[in-house]
Design a protein around this ligand. Sequence first.
Ligand code: ACM
Length: 631
Amino acid sequence: MKKLLFLGLMALTMNAAVQSQELQQRLLPKPASLTPGDGQFTITAATPIVATDKALEPLARQLAARLQRVTGYPLTTGKTPGSNAITLSLKNGLPAEGYELSVSGNGITLQASQPAGIFYGIQTLYQLLPPEVEGSGLARASWQVPAVNITDQPRFGWRGLMLDVSRHFFTKEEVKRYIDDMVKYKFNILHWHLTDDQGWRIEIKSYPKLTSVGAWRVEKTGTFGNFIPPTPDEPRNYGGFYTQDDIREIVQYAKERYVEIVPEIDVPGHSLAAIAAYPELTCTPGKYAVSSGDRFMVWPGGGQHFYGLVDNSLCPAKEEVYTFLDKVFGEVAQLFPFGYIHMGGDETARNFWEKSPAIKELMKREKLKNLDEVQSYFVKRVEKIINAKGKKMIGWDEILQGGLAPNAAVMSWRGMKGGIEAAKQGHEVVMTPTDFVYIDYMQSDRIMEPPVYASLRLKKVLQFEPVPAGVDPKLIKGGQGNLWTEQVYTLRQAQYMTWPRALAIAEILWSPKEERSFPAFVKKVETQFVRLDAAKTKYAPSMYDPDFAVAKKDSDRVLVTLTPEVEGLQLHYSFDNSYPDEFYPVYKSPLLVPKDAFQLRVISYRDGKPIGRMITMPVEELKKRAGIIKK
Ligand code: ACM
């Protein structure tokens, strides 16, 4: 009897563990705590959606509308609690943005101390529902939610994604769609990179040419950055901008989804679009045009400072530049309710400053010893302007050069060291290091991706830890993934670059700190792939593509090692120019490329089904990588 009881208890415990694992697999980011319950709740045409507090009524309506769209049930919202309902209510004492979600056979209750917490609880509820809830039309599924108790709260308050709308323009509707996608994973900050050399995207009433001139360039397709310089007869009709009404509409749309928007006006570098409109803003008289993706900066490497072929920097020695920035940041501050304005500050080419008599005078007058101090003088004046508009300034980590402005927050991108230095000086930091969260980088072998100068695999993203040892964790506000769009022409490609890498970023920024298992995370990512498919959101299948490592053998032969990122795949390959399938050889150990082979083709399979993409790798490329022939 005792034995039976013991076995029974074991079975129950194991059952609970399996249930817990199954539920965890559905939830991304992982909640702080989860306990499975018994049974499930079924949403029917008669399920009321109750908001016990007026502040939650818009959320009840959002939820009802979304469920109605896919179930077809005429769901109603109300105020009176009852059984068999989905009930949203406020409860004091829960942490900011946190929530408690309880699902049983008798109903669903969701509690939080603020509406934001309810919003995040609703996102979790969607992940507990079948994937069809992500679709846009009626889906035949039974609408059941497994019984569970979840208590959840974010690790960081700044959970961001940055979208560059300058290099390529994304319409108002596309920006809204990007917001829709990010909130599913509990991101709460959209860093909107609104200005750069290739386009000024925000209407500024005091300076109309910023958009009538600065928002337009020649349309080009191919590998951005290396285009043939445009000729004067080519039309400047690619681009666009957001009117102030558009901005207000997007800010409101974001607010309803608990997203704050951080506007970035990138100065003093990256300013060619503004300079094309108002050339007097540079230290260098001349005629300028918005860049159309041709080369105008030089990155010599080998420790040498980069420099500009044209002057794309605002002139720190000119008072009219500060008048300009006062007006621009004044209008920006009016449009965006969030407490921070981003002033860029990155990658300022200073070779034209070096030659400028006005800069020499400024250095003498202000006793500035070098160009770092000139840059710092500029940044400190910008901070005064931004603070005078009632906002806090944040900038890329170059704002540390020559001395940090007194109240500035730092966005650390060239690794973590700028963030560490800023935090040690007592400043707030947002961590966005290139090596972990630059989602503009390639995510598979470079043969498979639009060319970018570096790669970042999903596995590496999951190793991101925003709080470095030895700094006050309170100063690390959080982190974000950055999507620069030089090689991103469309929203579909923006989605592809963002997902699934931003899933790893979401997990790190929301969930409690812990050792993370990549194979376990891959299972959760695959659960989300089904939902992204239902939502018709593009994502990268790059994690199924192997890495190609090469070694030279006998002076002219290549030995290729294929390493899949994901476990449990079979890699089938060919050297005979045909397309491999599951009947082709399986990769087991490094391959010696046959002497006369022209290309290696590889495709990954799992359980007898193709799962990866067909990769065609020219042998010439392998020989270049192995140093057998010149690049
Ligand atoms: C940057 O990536 N230039 C901030």
